[in-house]
Design a protein around this ligand. Structure first.
Ligand SMILES: O=C(O)C(=O)C[C@@H](O)[C@H](O)[C@H](O)COP(=O)(O)O
Ligand SMILES: [Zn+2]
Length: 371
């Protein structure tokens, strides 16, 4: 059984297919039909390539080359993208062919970036194998690489022509990668409100056990949320910024840790820090803050993160691409009493705080012990 969710944007529309075994069992006729439409260059990484070498060799007769990247965020660079582009040219990939990203978020981001610029743009396909990529980064068309100055600073919006999600890939995912993806899941819980949060709490044990049925529903819930947001605002002019909850602080932590920790490990700490900012501003009632914090804290601590000097955090956040007018931008939850909690881009649209006030708040929150 395949579930299909459509993403429609100004640049066209594409389908996200979710189904147990839709890739790993190679039984799905629709997927086979899709793959026969053109020749493909598969882009993967060392870990996925080693784990799924048989699958890759049987994927399709239309696969003409396999390009394998070193695993991990530290390979999401311009240098690595240049290596991929040269390999595509050497393999004779043309505009009529396509790139197939088989792997996690790093593989997807680099593949999409290369697809956007190779011969000024060729078709590409996402086959995400990690939870993080399945619930988040494979959808929405954000592609890119990191620069020394910060995370995802070079890239483009370049949607794939299709996304095929097989929850059975999660069976072989290392524990740390699994929980990294769960950080993005919890992020949807914060954005979507109490009903998704209650669903997550109720199913937490089954999620932790990677129950395939529950994981399929979970992925669909997250992507229904993301598809609606991206359909309404592909280019992140407004609404889409909500997907960056916890990310201003999270990206700064990743950068300060030289990308040696997972995105989800940093996101967990980033969400806690940003929730705390909202509490300090009294934008959340104590019980609202607690309910959200307790959900984030269900995630295991995935990395020992040093206690950052607030100055270092502020300096790292100053490079965030969401910033405007010297102002660090955060997506903070705001709710009063029984009012629905909504996220606002602090300091930008509503001009709620001056840059100095934001920095002072960050100092207060980052230097207090109970982050
Ligand atoms: O799709 C989006 O939009 C997101 O912000 C999803 C994030 O979870 C993801 O980490 C994204 O890559 C962050 O993008 P950036 O624009 O903040 O670099
Ligand atoms: Zn993210």
């Amino acid at each position: 059984m395949l579930e299909t969710i459509q993403v429609t944007t100004g640049t066209g529309s594409y389908d996200i297919h979710i189904g147990e075994g839709c890739v790993t069992s190679l039984l799905n006729d629709e997927m086979q039909g899709f793959l026969q439409q053109r020749r493909w260059a598969v882009i993967t990484d060392e870990k996925v390539g080693a784990c799924y070498s048989q699958l890759i060799s049987h994927l399709s007769t239309a696969v003409v080359t396999v390009i394998t990247l070193p695993a991990g965020e530290s390979s999401k660079t311009m240098e690595q993208a240049a290596i991929v582009l040269e390999a595509l040219a050497a393999a004779g990939i043309t505009r009529e062919d396509g790139l197939m990203a088989l792997g996690g978020g790093v593989v997807g981001d680099i593949t999409g970036f290369c697809a956007a610029i190779y011969m000024r743009g060729i078709s590409w396909l996402q086959i995400p194998t990690t939870l993080l990529a399945q619930v988040d980064s494979s959808v929405g068309g954000k592609t890119g690489v990191n620069l020394r100055a910060g995370k995802n600073l070079a890239g483009s919006f370049y949607p794939p022509s299709g996304v095929w999600i097989d929850p059975l890939f999660l069976k072989t995912l290392p524990e740390a990668e699994f929980w990294s993806g769960c950080s993005e899941v919890v992020k949807y819980g914060l954005i979507e409100g109490p009903s998704l949060r209650e669903w997550l709490v109720f199913h937490w044990e089954k999620i932790a056990a990677r129950d395939p049925r529950v994981m399929t529903t979970l992925i669909a819930k997250c992507l229904q949320s993301k598809a609606a947001i991206v359909t309404a605002d592909e280019r992140e002019a407004g609404l889409r910024k909500v997907l960056n909850v916890g990310h201003t602080a999270g990206h700064a932590i990743e950068k300060l840790m030289a990308y040696r920790i997972t995105h989800g490990a940093a996101l967990r700490e980033g969400m806690l820090l940003e929730l705390k900012m909202a509490r300090e501003l009294r934008w959340l009632l104590p019980e609202q803050y607690n309910e959200m914090k307790v959900l984030v804290e269900r995630l295991p601590v995935l990395a020992t993160i040093p206690e950052w000097m607030p100055d270092e955090l502020v300096a790292a956040m100053k490079g965030d691409k969401k910033n405007r007018h010297q102002q660090i931008s955060f997506m903070l939850p705001r709710g009063q009493g029984n009012e629905e909690i909504r996220f606002i881009a602090e300091g930008i649209e509503e001009k709620l705080m001056t840059p100095e006030e934001t920095t002072a708040l960050l100092h207060r929150v980052a230097s207090s012990k109970d982050i």
